[in-house]
Design a protein around this ligand. Structure first.
Ligand code: MN3
Length: 207
């Protein structure tokens, strides 16, 4: 099996009360695990891409043999997106971005509050299942976008392309146990668990 599920990296209850332990356990151990297993199955029909690493698969979706393409798009996307998402979260005690990231947010959105509003709106208005993103776009500016299903802005098939530095999963499985149909409440709560040190590090790496 080429692709493996990594540990979450912190306890399932580490994000309580904002994201509950049961949601985290099912999300990581069942949903994410299924994406990894289904990716490995899909890759059996991926020809030369069978031994590609995850980043290579994600950035070349359109070139993957048709028999494997949808499976790799959905499950390789699911594996990449969740692996990324887990690293972005840590209880932040009302923390905010600082330094160069804070300056860039102020420059490209006008204020942190406006960025937060745009990001929550992208998540709330994504119809059905998907993700909202903060990216460094192809002009080198910060931008907010959303993608359907398990697509992401690194995919060559993405409508809006860029380097993700923050993401939120808006599939119902990410919030339904605690928030039921109240996706906007989940998105508001998410801002208590953004690991801004991690996001700043990504900004400074990719800027
Ligand atoms: Mn998910």
């Amino acid at each position: 099996m080429a692709h493996k599920l990594n540990d979450l990296g912190y306890a399932f209850d580490a994000l309580e009360p904002f994201i509950d332990a049961q949601t985290m356990e099912i999300h990581h151990d069942k949903h994410h695990a299924a994406y990894v297993n289904n990716l490995n199955t899909a890759l059996e029909q991926a020809g030369a891409y069978k031994s590609s690493d995850l980043d290579e698969l994600i950035t070349q979706i359109s070139k993957i043999p048709e028999a494997a393409r949808t499976g790799v798009r959905n499950n390789g996307g699911g594996h990449w997106n969740h692996s990324f998402f887990w690293t972005l979260m840590k209880k932040n005690e009302n923390g905010r971005p600082a330094g160069k990231l804070a300056d860039a947010i102020n420059k490209d959105f006008g204020s942190f509050e406006k960025f937060k509003e745009d990001f929550k709106k992208a998540g709330a208005t994504r119809f059905g299942s998907g993700w909202a993103w903060l990216i460094i776009n192809q002009e080198g500016k910060l931008a907010v976008c959303s993608t359907p299903n398990q697509d992401n802005p690194l995919m060559d098939i993405a409508e809006v392309k860029g380097q993700p530095i923050l993401a939120v999963d808006v599939w119902e499985h990410a919030y339904y146990l605690k928030y039921q149909n109240r996706r906007p409440d989940y998105l508001e709560a998410f801002f208590n668990v953004v690991n801004w040190d991690k996001v700043s590090g990504l900004y400074e790496t990719y800027k």
